[in-house]
Design a protein around this ligand. Sequence first.
Ligand code: GLA
Length: 395
Amino acid sequence: MRLRFSASQMSLIALLMMAPAFGRALDNGLARTPPMGWNSWNKFACKGINEKVVRETADAMASNGMKDAGYQFVVIDDCWQTGRDAAGNIVADPERFPSGIKALADYIHGKGLKFGIYTDAGTMTCAKRMGSIGHEYQDAKQYANWGVDYLKEDWCNTLPGQNSESSYTLMRNALAESGRPIVFSICEWGSTKPWLWAGPIGNLWRSTGDIQDCWDCKKDWGGNGVVQILDLMNGLESYAGPGHWNDPDMLEVGNGGMTKEEYRAHFSMWAMFSAPLLAGNDISNMTADTKEILLNKDVIAIDQDPLGRQGHRVKKTGDLEVWSKQLQDGGRAVALLNRGPAAATISVAWTDIGYPDAISASVRDLWTKKESSAVKGNYSVDVPSHGVVMIRVKP
Ligand code: GLA
């Protein structure tokens, strides 16, 4: 039988055949909502990391309300490893981790939490510890034997011409063979546009360079403040979804470089992005303000909304911005963001967020908890400098 296709059917078929990674996601069943937890790097970096810190972090997460709020992964970043033994097995630093990684994983699992670790796709990590190149299958097996649930793979000290997509595919395949479900976090800082290829390879991919603990700053080597990251994230919303997320980097909330308003805005915007929420502070020693931010369940619910839509900017008037994120219940999360030096009034019209002007909606302020009902046409509010008002709108 000869099949006949119309011109429009032919162009649809051609489009489907050309479709690259877009829309496809890694089918390991993990990270259906953005991962939540803690990562050691932003606060403890290389010098400060050891098993005592990791155990204290797990104790804190299990008892300070974070676990109940959804935080789950305890992730050790760079500097846990030294070299390889004669058989090529990766070896943990015996001074910092005298009990070994397996014992630490068991401890974390004993608290009802999950355990994550870090490696690098090149010869050495960014802090010049042993990388995974050439040992991907052996390392993945080792992680699985230790009880690792989450792997972050960095991109320092790669070989000249090393290809990011094939390198991360290799580790994805190694993890799939390891016999243990392991969330895979790609970290090449957005340098080869991972949103275009990483969907079927990783559960999350860093979309931007390293976050800095500042509101507005840019480092020559690629470090970014919060507002720089916001601008880089806008436009990437179509690439994220359940199981495959853009990752604007770990949180800086509580590390001391920003004001309370700025940290609130930082946390709110990460929720608008459906970003992984990995606390990057010392969670065993937090101020009440830091705790209040990290534990805001209304904001966390926006991040974890099962529809998995990343929010985007719908209006910009100078320093005043409106961002919107579609939610599973048909509602919207809206962030009214003031990047400027003085308080200002910001308005969102229902037509800015995809509703007809005539609808009447309930509005909940996710920080003050104020509720307004039957709001018609638009919502206006005063927003402090470097601050955000975040609302949930439900027609
Ligand atoms: C890179 C990564 C960071 C952190 C450090 C560790 O800079 O982007 O998130 O993992 O390496 O050395």
